[in-house]
Design a protein around this ligand. Structure first.
Ligand code: ADP
Ligand code: YYY
Length: 229
């Protein structure tokens, strides 16, 4: 059967910051031997490129141009995905809080989203793809056979981020992180284009109080039911 009639399956994992999307997406891709799309990295790379150029972050035409012409590559090095912007390893820089805030601003621009759409769809490949983001199930891969909408309370997500940053030796206040998370949630959910929202056919999963392996087992069961039945 041709790829067009029978495209490779996609598992979409959408949800707010800190809900565990990236963690679960990586574990799932490893387990199933699927490709992985961290779509947030594309928005982060656009934001970093704009910050490097000292572009006006409210100028949609400039930001769209930057997104359309991004020179980026993802490489697997020692089991870790490395993000390259114009040949430079920026994996660390794109996770900085100022880049997170800028990414959430540029991601609200319809021009930027349109410029990144095909790039994301190009990640689809055999034997399958796990795609993590905000609009994977609604806009980018609406035909995905498995759609997860992963959530957790804002307090729990801020605590997870706090621990994650502490382990990396970055000192931040839990209160500031909670404020940042709430600001980003509001921007991601309230924008006009592809807002953060579950697809109609998504399974909603609240991971508050459920450990990583617990979430993974629930998702694997869904995959078995829907793809590998
Ligand atoms: N179910 C869970 N329980 C506890 N901690 C979790 C859980 N899922 C993820 N984490 C931790 O929370 C942090 C944020 O997870 P991450 O996957 O980066 O979230 P997202 O991609 O949704 O922003 C990481 O340190 C991760 O190890
Ligand atoms: N498909 C996507 C992925 C991310 N975004 C936006 C939303 C976020 O504010 C930024 C960064 O996303 P990312 O998933 O890397 O952020 P978190 O790790 O969840 O904090 O990009 C989006 O609008 N659409």
């Amino acid at each position: 059967m041709s790829e067009v009639n029978n495209p490779s399956p996609v598992i979409t994992i959408d949800g707010p910051s800190g809900s565990g999307k990236g963690t679960i997406a990586r574990l799932l891709a490893d387990k199933l031997n699927y490709a992985l799309l961290d779509s947030g990295a594309l928005y982060r790379l656009t934001a970093l490129s704009a910050l490097n150029r000292e572009a006006d972050l409210t100028d949609e035409a400039t930001l769209t141009e930057i997104a359309a012409n991004l020179d980026i590559r993802f490489e697997l090095r020692d089991g870790e995905v490395v993000s390259l912007l114009e040949g430079q390893d920026v994996s660390h820089d794109i996770r900085l809080e100022r880049v997170s805030m800028a990414a959430s601003k540029v991601a609200a621009m319809p021009g930027v989203r349109a410029a990144l759409l095909q790039r994301q769809r190009d990640f689809r490949q055999a034997p399958g793809l796990v795609a993590d983001g905000r609009d994977m199930g609604t806009t980018v891969f609406p035909d995905a056979p498995v759609k997860i909408f992963l959530t957790a309370s804002a307090e729990e997500r801020a605590r997870r981020r706090f621990e994650q940053l502490r382990e990396k030796g970055v000192s931040v206040s839990l209160r500031d992180l909670l404020e940042d998370i709430r600001a980003r949630d509001a921007r991601d959910m309230n924008r006009a284009t592809s807002p953060l929202a579950p697809a109609e056919d998504a399974v909603e999963l609240d991971s508050t109080g459920v450990d990583i392996d617990g979430v993974l087992q629930i998702v694997l069961q869904l995959v078995r039911d829907r793809i590998r039945a």
